[in-house]
Design a binder for this molecule. Structure first.
Ligand code: ADP
Length: 888
């Protein structure tokens, strides 16, 4: 053997800092790492490297890696072991960590640190020779003479003696024997010190023993102690082979690969009980035959696996999920159409069309038990009750309800799960949902299908196709389960704000039911029938304590909310309830403590902080610290002769008179000044402003178009984040107006016949921060510019929508219902629409139709005529809509 020609480890090694377990050359140890530097080492070096060299790392014992990678490094133990990472397993449970299996090669000392972040990289010096061992310990005389030879001989003899006392049938012992026969003697101290029962401290001593002599000297007493211990046991009780097994203790952190078994009998029993229970559960889960087969196979593997193996937990989790899934557990449908109708009516006001369709759907289900049918998709602005109708459907059917939020989901594994080979794999949302509801026929609400994303991880919409297709979903295969699960009993309902962004293939599988926004009157009804009672209940109040009159509700709707649905309205009621709850709770306290009420109730108004919230928080504080305004709160005048006593001693607060009535003043106290004004009429005080109607996924909106002109060269400036289509509409409008300037008597700034001559035009669409596009602003732009060029005001109560052509025709547009509702909300009186949209008006609620004056226009002439008071010069003098009024 040529000792000078050894194998060299790299001179620069990444260092793994460990504080549990000591890796000795020749042994294999499992390390669990979760600290930042060690994690970086694994992810950036071990998982990325492709060469054998990249799997060699230095393991520094007795050194804890700091918790944060910004923390300074502790002093490193001076000697470490270079090792090969033979296995890397990652897991996310209970927190992200890796388990590394590392086989030690040789000692090294750290000569200098090269970098500390993201992981420690050091210049190292190899201390042991690393050779292909050719001289087995049994062969011939030891190479070394003198003391070393003597020591190594003694050590070898002791090892042979230990071996003689052990039971050969135990695999570890057999391996021990093989190693003893095949390893050179200088490798024995390291290998045996890691096999016999030694503490980490002792192992560290062996590691630190750089010279062979010292190493033998350190390890020999450990070996002898082991032999003595065994002798003692043999003497004290007749030991059977079972007890002997324990001698070579196989402990966490000090094992050879393939030999990790738990020798603790109690644990084994417990483990046995556990798997037996699991087996019973598997048989009791009534799963499909294929699933049963897979489960039993996995169970068999599980039984053979040591618990410490990371795969054990994975398999166990898988089996636990399999037995928990509702393979054949379902609730019984209790469908009674009459009861369903009552329930839907009780839960929701208005929404007649939707409720009718839902009832039809349910009726068909009742008559025909087959579940193959369209998937209903409710499309409408937020807060119009889509989710809550879904919940009601589940209630009418007596089924479990589960909502799956799909907004922002951009990974198909979210729907279909991850394969089990993948680190941190888990089932998709459908299977998870089934596990949660624990029955196989729930109502699943797929919320926000229009907001599904797409990414490199696949298209979740494509994965949903299989879920929603009645022809395929009886054998839906989640990647994690890897066996088919029958989804045909699940009732899927989808919701979306717009159909525009739903992938066409998905849309094709669904029946779209439009849920439009509500009118002011409907909102008032919904508020008083549902929202207010709900909020009162949620805040522990009763109608005897809080009363919100109808006109207050109307005021909230018009001045504090501007939405198609009722969600923000509900929040406002929540705010009122919270404020009133404070008052009522205070009143309670007074009655309890029987504090005296003010004797003279005529007296001064109480000076209180302007909002009840601050009143709440300032009570008990020094009065000086708050600013005071003279505002009576909650409409009912609070009285007290001594402000400081009421402020500083809450127990003496005056009990409010019940019920507390919320009037406009109280409303301002609680919700602050009105957020929205009826601004339409105010803004139309100058020529060059017109009101358009726009559609957004959140409902309809009114849109002001403003134009101004100045001296220039005939340029058009457009602002307000407009899309291409909208810009084109503006050019169309200008061209049409220029072409017809004479007919309509339009002039430029100095009265010339071409409106653009020596004039620049600026068109602006507030709100400037919101991107706008679409052709429907065409008529509004024309009206706005016509007003600018003629110097006449557009009627302040008119709003319009419609696409224009170069020849002055008005083409139909979409979203009429939402747009008209928005106009109605904003207090508009007359709405100008394209003639071909007349049919859409039939869907509007009767009171909206009655309150608004609709003008349908086939060309721009009619639009201008209707938009200006007394018509527009040059247009046909009358505009009528007889057919409309008769139709409506
Ligand atoms: P969406 O799913 O359309 O965004 P939600 O179903 O979450 O809206 O509804 C928001 C709130 O408004 C819920 O508390 C719901 O009960 C209430 N709501 C909406 N529409 C109605 C209605 N027609 N009748 C009664 N409550 C309603």
């Amino acid at each position: 053997m040529d000792s000078g020609r050894g194998i060299q480890i790299p001179s620069r090694l990444p260092l793994l800092l460990t504080h549990e377990g000591v890796l000795l050359p020749g042994s294999t140890v499992r390390f669990s790492v979760d600290s930042p530097r060690n994690m970086h080492l694994v992810s950036q070096r071990l998982l990325k490297g492709t060469s054998l060299k990249s799997t060699i790392i230095g393991v520094i014992p007795n050194t804890r890696d700091p918790e944060h990678d910004t923390d300074d490094l502790p002093t490193l133990h001076k000697i470490g072991t270079a090792g090969i990472a033979v296995q890397v397993v990652g897991s996310n449970w209970p927190k992200p960590h890796y388990t590394l299996l590392i086989t030690g090669l040789c000692r090294f000392s750290v000569s200098g640190l090269l970098k500390e972040r993201p992981f420690v990289l050091a210049e190292v010096q190899q201390l042991d020779k690393l050779e292909q061992y050719t001289t087995p310990a049994t062969e011939g005389v030891p190479a070394e003479e003198g003391e070393l030879g003597e020591l190594s001989h003694q050590f070898y003899q002791a090892a042979v003696q230990l071996l003689g006392m052990l039971d050969m049938s135990v695999p570890v012992v057999a391996k021990f024997r093989r190693l003893l026969d095949s390893l050179p003697r200088e490798a024995l101290p390291d290998v045996l010190a890691s096999m016999i029962r030694t503490s980490n401290k002792e192992k560290l001593q062996v590691l630190d023993a750089v010279t062979l002599e010292e190493r033998f000297k350190k390890a020999l007493p450990m070996l002898t102690r082991q032999i003595e211990g065994l002798k003692l046991i043999k003497k004290s009780r007749k030991i059977g082979p079972d007890n002997e097994k324990r001698v070579l203790s196989v402990r966490k952190g000090g094992v050879f690969p393939g030999r990790q078994f738990n020798l603790d009998e109690e644990d084994e029993d417990e483990d046995g009980d556990d798997t037996a229970a699991l087996e019973k559960k598997i048989h009791g889960a009534k799963m499909s035959e294929a699933a049963l087969r897979v489960c039993l196979k996995e169970l068999k593997r599980l039984k053979k696996m040591p618990q410490s193996m990371p795969e054990y937990a994975l398999t166990r989790n898988y089996l636990d999920l399999m037995v928990e899934l509702p393979w054949s557990k379902s609730t019984k449908d209790c469908l009674d159409i009459r009861a369903a109708r009552t329930l839907l009516d009780n839960d929701h006001y208005a929404m007649d069309k939707l409720k009718r369709r839902v009832l039809e759907y349910l009726a068909v289900r009742q008559l025909k038990t087959s579940l193959k049918g369209p998937i209903l998709c409710f499309v409408g602005p937020p807060g119009v009750g889509k989710t809550s109708v879904g919940r009601s459907i589940a209630r009418t059917l007596g089924r479990e309800f589960h909502r799956i939020a799909l907004g922002g989901v951009c990974d198909q594994s979210d729907i279909r799960g991850h394969r089990r080979t993948y680190v941190g794999s888990m089932p998709g949302r459908i299977i998870n949902g089934l596990k949660t509801v624990a029955v196989n026929n729930p109502v699943f609400l797929l919320d926000e299908v229009d907001k599904l994303g797409k990414s490199l991880q696949g298209d979740p919409a494509a994965a949903l196709l299989e879920v929603l297709d009645p022809e395929q979903n009886h054998s839906f295969t989640d990647h994690y389960l890897n066996v088919a699960f029958d989804l045909s009993q699940v009732l899927f309902i989808a919701t979306a704000n717009t159909t525009a962004t739903i992938p066409p293939a998905l849309l094709d599988r669904m029946e779209v039911l439009q849920v439009p926004g509500y009118t002011q009157e409907e909102k008032v009804e919904i508020a008083h029938r549902h929202l207010i009672p709900n909020q009162l209940e949620q805040h522990g109040l009763t109608p005897q304590q809080l009363h919100i009159p109808q006109d207050t509700t109307q005021h909230i709707i018009s001045s504090y909310t501007r939405e198609a649905g009722v969600r923000s309205l509900e929040r406002k009621f929540g705010a009122i309830c919270r404020a009133v709850a404070v008052k009522v709770a205070e009143g309670h306290r007074v009655t309890k403590t029987e504090a005296s009420t003010p004797e003279d109730p005529t007296q001064q108004e109480v000076y209180i902080n302007s909002t009840p919230y601050s009143l709440l928080t300032v009570q008990g504080m020094s009065v000086n610290s708050i600013s005071l305004y003279k505002i009576p709160i909650f409409g009912t005048r609070c009285t007290n002769t001594d402000i400081t006593s009421s402020m500083c001693y809450p127990d003496k607060a005056v009990p409010p008179e019940l019920p507390i009535v919320i009037d406009h003043v109280a409303l301002k106290d609680i919700l602050g000044p009105p957020l929205f004004e009826m601004e339409v009429s105010e803004r139309l005080t100058l020529p060059g402003v017109a009101v358009g109607l726009a559609w957004t996924p959140l409902g309809g909106e009114i849109l002001f178009v403003e134009a101004s002109r100045m001296e220039g060269e005939g340029q058009l400036t457009l602002t307000g984040q407009l899309g291409d289509v909208m810009k084109e509409s503006a050019h169309l409008a200008i061209s049409w107006l220029r072409a017809n300037a004479k007919t309509y008597q339009l002039t430029n700034m100095v009265g010339g016949p071409d409106p653009l001559e020596a004039t620049d035009i600026h068109l602006h669409f507030p709100a400037g921060a919101v991107t706008k596009d679409g052709p429907s602003a065409g008529v509004t732009i024309v009206t706005c510019l016509a007003s600018l060029f003629s110097g006449r005001l557009v009627r302040s109560d008119v709003a319009m929508t419609g696409e224009i052509t170069l020849r002055g025709l008005v083409l139909p547009v979409g979203g009429i219902k939402d747009k008209v509702l928005a106009a109605h909300r904003a207090g508009v009186k007359r709405v100008i629409l394209p003639k071909r949209n007349e049919k859409d008006l039939e869907e509007l609620p009767a009171n909206v139709r009655a309150n608004l004056d609709f003008v349908t226009a086939a060309n721009l002439d009619q639009v201008l005529n209707a938009a200006f008071d007394g018509g527009f010069p040059g247009t046909a003098s009358t505009h009528t809509h007889p057919q409309l009024s008769s139709k409506l």
